[in-house]
Design a protein around this ligand. Structure first.
Ligand code: ATP
Length: 241
């Protein structure tokens, strides 16, 4: 546990490079305050002092990068499982990496990897979750919420961290062995946009269709008049209509 870190993901990546033999699956770096939190594609993740839960977990995949397919979705499931410990049992998931509550963003997940294709992939599982965000102080740029707004009080961050870490350590061994396949139904039951029309943004390109869930690799299935198209995590951003 650190008081202040630029980013718990960056700190964990440093540890993978500098002291890999000291790391075991499930090791976690937590920060009280994160000063330079990141989202995907270098976007910013805002975390108010004392009002956010930010941590990163280490997990290795000996079969390499390809065996991580669907990891951000699996982590979303673990966050939802952990949230039950503080009385939140209707969180939803937005493909590929966000946790929503009452239609607004509650938490983000950032998966990064150190290691070569073919060799062991050393993954960093970063989670940022809004516990109590001061109103109007942060320009987040999209609808967001926090646990205090939903519950009427700010839950204990240590208990919440413990519950999410526990859920991750529970789900990750099965995921490592069997991939995302066994979790598809669970994920689809929590899909924010299940059977809804969505818009996918890929750089300048846009693609619209109906969300038909995910496959065993965690790819999103989008239905149009031409049939089903699969989208993989890295390339696209998804919005409702
Ligand atoms: P994508 O669907 O491509 O993942 P995203 O907008 O969810 O798009 P992320 O990279 O997951 O992008 O997260 C970064 C974005 O999240 C920021 O650009 C900002 O709009 C939003 N954001 C930043 N801090 C917070 C926060 N504390 N709570 C909710 N949303 C936040």
């Amino acid at each position: 546990v650190e008081a202040v870190l630029p980013s718990t993901n960056t700190e964990m990546k440093k540890r993978i490079v500098n002291t890999p033999h000291n790391l075991a699956n499930g090791d976690v770096v937590l920060a009280e305050v994160q000063t330079a939190g990141r989202g995907r594609h270098g976007r910013e993740w805002l975390a108010p002092v004392g009002g956010s839960l930010t941590f990163s977990m280490y997990w290795s995949f000996p079969d390499g990068y390809q065996s991580m397919a669907g990891l951000s979705l699996l982590v979303g499931l673990a966050v939802c499982e952990g949230l039950k410990a503080v009385g939140v049992d209707d969180a939803q998931l937005k493909w590929p990496n966000d946790v929503y509550l009452q239609g607004k963003k509650l938490a983000g997940i950032l998966i990064e990897v150190e290691g070569q294709i073919g060799a062991t992939a050393h993954s960093v599982i970063g989670i940022g979750l809004n516990v109590c965000m001061p109103e109007n102080q942060y320009d987040v740029g999209q609808p967001h919420t926090d646990l205090a707004a939903f519950l009427g009080f700010a839950p204990d961050r240590n208990s919440l961290a413990a519950a999410i870490i526990h859920a991750l350590c529970d789900l990750l061994p099965k995921f490592s062995q069997q991939g995302f396949g066994p979790f598809v139904d669970l994920w689809q039951a929590m899909d924010l946009y299940a059977d809804k029309t969505i818009v996918l943004q890929m750089g300048e390109k846009r693609f619209s269709g109906v969300d038909r869930g995910v496959d065993a690799s965690g790819a999103l299935l989008v239905e149009t008049r031409d049939g089903i198209t699969r989208f993989h995590g890295g390339e696209v951003s998804l919005r409702g209509q």
